[in-house]
Design a protein around this ligand. Structure first.
Ligand code: 6R9
Length: 710
C-alpha cells in the first residue's frame, strides 16, 4: 500500500504535465517522448468536470480512505442498497494467510438482502419502472425487443414462481445454457430471487464440458433453448444439452427438468428432439405464472452463483461468489470505472456465459438502474460495421468490449466505422487480455495482412472508433475477483495506452518477486493482492483445498492472480499476461492441460504438449505438439481429427491453431516436458532455445525443428 500510495501521491502533486489533468485538449502528448509508457492521453476538461471522480487528488483521498478504513468505506456504500436487516460486526473478516489457518473471506455477514430485489424492485419503486432495462438486438437486422424495469421484474417473477413450483429451493444449483436472449439475464435474476445458485455455462462449450459442470454441481433444472442463429449459422443447443444429460446420467447425476425456450427465429419446436417427462417448453408454462413473487431473503454470505473457469489442471474450477459483497462491488466498480450516470446507454459485448456478462451485463448495470443493450449475434454480421450500427441505433454512450474484437474489426476498412456517426459515445472499455498498445495504440507491425498498412500507427480504438474524444477504461480483473481490480477512472487520470492504470478503491495490488517479497517502485513481477475486497470469490465449489493451493499458497499472505505485471515510474500498472499454464485466447481462459487431455483422448494420439503463441487477432493462439501411437503415420486427415477432438471435448473456441507432429518431446531426465523449449520452437525463436543439455534426448529438438512445417 505505502508504495502504491507514494506513487499516486507523487503523480497527484506534480505541478504540470502528468498531474495536470486540466489540459485544454484531449490530445496525445506522447509523440516526442521516448517510450510508450510516457505517452499520456488526457480526458477533456469537460469530461473531468462532470465525472464522479474528477482529479487524481480526489481519487487519492477516496483510495486512501478505502485502504485505511475498509469497513467504513464499504459500509457507507453498502448503506445505499436495500437490506432487510443490516449486517453485523465486524463488517468484514478475513484470513488470507495460509500460515495462519484456513483461508476465509466474509463481508457484511448477518446482513439480509437479495440482489434481484436490489436490481429490480428498488428501481421500480424509485420510479424507474418505465425505464428501459434492456434493449435486445437480434442477430438479424431489424429484429429487436425491449424490456422496461417493470416488465423485466414481471418476467423474472414468473420464472421464479415456476422454479419454486418444480422444487428448486434456496441453495440449489440451476445450470443455464442459453445464448444472449433476454431469457438469460431473466434466468439469472429469477434464481437470485429465490436464493438458488445459477451456474451459467457459455453456450459455446461442448456437450462434454457441459456434462462435466453438471456432474460437479448437480442441478435440479437445466435451462436452455432449442437453437440460436449466430451470423449465418444455426446452432442446435438443445441437441448439445441432450448429449450432456445422457453423459451426466452415466456419471450418476440425473436432471429432472430441462426447461427449453423455443427460439422461433432459429428453429421451430416441431423439429426439436424431445424427451417427454423431462423437457418442458418455456412458452407453455412460464406465462401462466403470476407476475409477482415474494423474495427469498438471504444472508450476504449465501452463495449467488458458480462460474466455472479454466485452471492449470484439466478439471475446471467452480468459482463461487456470494451475495452481499459481490453486489456492492459489482455496482460500485460499474459506476466509477465507466463514470456511469443515469442518462447513459451502456453496451457490453460480452456473453453472460463469462464473468464479464455476470458483473457488467446483468448485475452491475441493473443495480445502477441503467439501460443496457444485449446483442444476440456475431459482431461482424452481416458486415464489420454492425457494432457501430448498433451504437447509432441505440445511441450507446458507453461501449465495453474485448481487444480481440477490436483487432479483428480494425483489419477491415475504416469505412465500416466512419459510415456511422458514433457521436453518442463518451467512454470506451476493454477487458479480457492485455490491450497492449498494439490494439489501444494500434501498430501495423503485428498484422501480416496487406489491409494493415491502412491503419499504420493509428490508435484505432481511440482515434477511429472513439473519434479521439473517449477515454478508454482498460479494466483488469478476473472471474475470481468478481469486479474490476485495476482500472482507469476515466475522468480522474491521464491514460497511458495499454496500461490498466491504478487499483480500484479497496484493492491493495502489489507486485512480488519469485520469493514472494513485495517489490517497490519501478519493477516487474507477479501480481498479488493483499487483504480482501468485497467482490472476492469465497471458495472453489467443493474444493476449498484447491482454492488455497492455487491462489494463496504460491505467495503466502497474498492472493495470487496468476498474472505478471510491471509498474512504471509513475505507478501505472502494465499487465503482461498469464504466468501459469493458462492460455488466453480471445479473452477466454483455456488451460493447456485441458487441451492436452482432449488431444490424448484421441485413440491415435499418445502424448500432447500445448503452448500459447502470439496471434494477431486472438491475442494468443493454441499450438499443440503431438506424439502419435507407434506406427501411426501423420497426415492431414489425422490433423483434422485431432482438432475435432478438441472442439468436441471443450468447444470450438479451444481448437488448436497449429498441430505440430512430434515423434518425441523434449523432456528432462526426470520426465518433465520442457515447455520453455517448446514455446521457443512454436514461436520460431530458434536462436533462443537456451540450454538443452539437461534433456534426456537432446536430439529431439533438431527433429522437432525439422518437422516444423509438416
Ligand atoms: C474479466 C476476465 C482473467 C484473465 C486475467 C488476465 C486477463 C483480463 C485484462 C487481462 C490484461 C486486462 N485479463 N482483463 N489482462 N489486461 N484489462 O477476463 O476474467 O475470464 O477470468 O480472465 O484475463 O490474464 O488473469 P477471466
Amino acid at each position: 500500500t505505502s508504495d502504491h500510495l507514494r506513487h499516486v501521491e507523487s503523480m497527484a502533486t506534480m505541478p504540470s504535465g502528468a498531474g495536470n489533468i486540466s489540459h485544454p485538449n484531449a490530445v496525445i502528448l506522447g509523440e516526442s517522448l521516448a517510450s510508450e509508457e510516457n505517452d499520456l492521453v488526457f480526458p477533456s476538461d469537460h469530461f473531468s468536470r462532470q465525472a464522479h471522480v474528477s482529479s487524481p487528488q480526489q481519487y487519492l483521498e477516496m483510495y486512501k480512505r478505502s485502504i485505511e478504513d475498509p469497513a467504513g468505506f464499504w459500509s457507507d456504500i453498502a448503506a445505499t442498497f436495500f437490506w432487510k436487516q443490516k449486517w453485523g460486526q465486524p463488517v468484514y473478516s478475513e484470513n488470507l494467510d495460509v500460515r495462519k489457518g484456513d483461508i476465509r473471506i466474509e463481508w457484511f455477514r448477518g446482513g439480509i438482502t437479495n440482489i434481484c430485489y436490489n436490481c429490480l424492485d428498488t428501481n421500480v419503486e424509485a420510479g424507474l419502472g418505465d425505464k428501459i432495462a434492456f434493449y435486445w438486438e437480434g442477430n438479424e437486422l431489424g429484429v429487436d425487443a425491449t424490456l422496461t424495469y417493470t416488465q423485466l421484474l414481471h418476467n423474472v417473477c414468473q420464472l421464479a414462481n415456476y422454479l419454486k413450483d418444480v422444487g428448486v429451493k434456496k441453495g440449489d444449483a440451476v445450470v443455464v445454457y442459453l445464448p444472449m436472449l433476454m431469457e438469460l439475464p431473466i434466468t439469472m435474476l429469477a434464481c437470485a430471487r429465490i436464493g438458488a445458485v445459477h451456474s451459467v455455462v457459455f453456450a459455446g462449450f461442448s456437450a462434454e464440458s457441459l456434462a462435466q459442470r453438471i456432474v460437479d454441481c448437480k442441478p435440479k433444472v437445466v435451462i436452455t433453448c432449442n437453437a440460436v442463429k449466430r451470423g449465418s449459422k444455426v446452432i442446435h443447443l438443445k441437441d448439445i444439452v441432450d448429449a450432456a444429460l445422457i453423459e451426466s446420467s452415466q456419471s450418476g447425476v440425473s436432471v429432472d427438468v430441462c426447461l427449453t425456450y423455443e427460439n422461433q427465429l432459429a428453429m421451430k419446436r416441431e423439429s426439436t428432439k424431445w424427451l417427454e417427462g423431462r423437457d418442458v417448453w418455456w412458452q407453455d408454462v412460464i406465462p401462466k405464472y403470476p407476475t409477482t413473487c415474494a423474495v427469498d431473503w438471504v444472508d450476504a454470505e449465501d452463495p449467488l452463483f458458480l462460474l466455472y473457469t479454466s485452471g492449470s489442471t484439466g478439471k475446471p474450477k467452480g468459482v463461487l461468489h456470494t451475495t452481499g459483497g459481490y453486489m456492492v462491488y459489482a455496482a460500485t466498480t460499474f459506476k466509477y470505472a465507466f463514470d456511469y450516470s443515469s442518462s447513459d446507454i451502456y453496451w457490453c459485448t460480452a456473453d453472460c456465459g463469462w464473468i464479464t456478462g455476470h458483473s457488467y451485463v446483468t448485475y452491475g448495470p441493473l443495480l445502477n438502474g441503467a439501460t443496457a443493450v444485449l446483442y444476440e449475434g456475431a459482431p461482424n454480421y452481416p458486415d464489420p460495421g454492425r457494432c457501430w450500427d448498433v451504437v447509432d441505433k441505440y445511441k450507446v454512450t458507453i461501449f465495453y468490449t474485448a481487444p480481440t474484437l477490436v483487432r479483428s474489426l480494425m483489419r477491415d476498412s475504416d469505412k465500416y466505422v466512419t459510415r456511422y456517426s458514433r457521436k453518442s459515445l463518451r467512454v470506451l472499455g476493454s477487458v479480457g487480455e492485455p490491450i497492449n498498445p498494439s490494439a489501444w495504440r494500434f501498430s501495423s507491425l503485428l498484422l501480416s495482412d496487406s489491409k494493415a498498412s491502412l491503419h499504420t500507427q493509428k490508435e484505432w480504438f481511440f482515434n477511429v472508433v472513439g473519434d479521439s474524444k473517449c477515454p478508454i477504461s482498460d479494466t483488469w480483473w478476473q472471474t475470481e475477483t468478481g469486479g474490476f481490480m485495476i482500472t482507469p477512472l476515466p475522468g480522474a487520470w491521464p491514460q497511458k495506452p495499454g496500461s490498466a492504470t491504478f487499483p480500484f478503491f479497496g484493492v491493495q495490488a502489489v507486485i512480488v518477486d519469485e520469493k514472494g517479497v513485495e517489490i517497490e517502485g519501478e519493477c516487474s513481477g507477479y501480481l498479488c493482492v493483499k487483504s480482501s475486497w468485497p467482490g472476492a470469490f469465497r471458495t472453489l465449489y467443493g474444493d476449498h483445498e484447491r482454492y488455497e493451493t492455487t491462489y494463496f499458497k504460491p505467495f503466502p499472505g497474498y492472493y495470487f492472480s496468476g498474472d505478471g505485471c510491471s509498474r512504471d515510474k509513475d505507478g501505472y500498472h502494465w499487465l503482461t499476461g498469464r504466468v501459469d499454464d493458462v492460455i488466453n485466447v480471445s479473452g477466454h481462459r483455456i488451460g493447456t492441460a485441458e487441451v492436452e487431455s482432449a488431444l490424448v483422448s484421441h485413440p491415435q494420439c499418445a502424448e500432447a504438449a500445448v503452448v500459447g503463441i502470439e496471434h494477431e487477432v486472438k491475442g494468443q493462439g493454441i499450438y499443440a505438439f503431438v506424439t502419435l501411437v507407434e506406427g501411426v503415420p501423420y497426415s492431414e486427415e489425422l490433423r483434422k481429427s485431432l482438432v475435432l477432438a478438441v472442439r468436441k471435448q471443450i468447444g470450438a473456441f479451444a481448437a488448436p491453431d497449429r498441430i505440430h507432429w512430434a515423434p518425441g518431446l523434449p523432456k528432462t531426465r526426470s520426465g518433465k516436458i520442457m515447455r520453455r523449449i517448446l514455446r521457443k520452437i512454436a514461436s520460431r525463436q530458434l536462436d533462443e532455445l537456451g540450454d538443452t543439455s539437461t534433456l534426456a534426448e537432446p536430439n529431439v529438438v533438431d527433429q522437432l525443428i525439422a518437422l516444423a512445417d509438416v
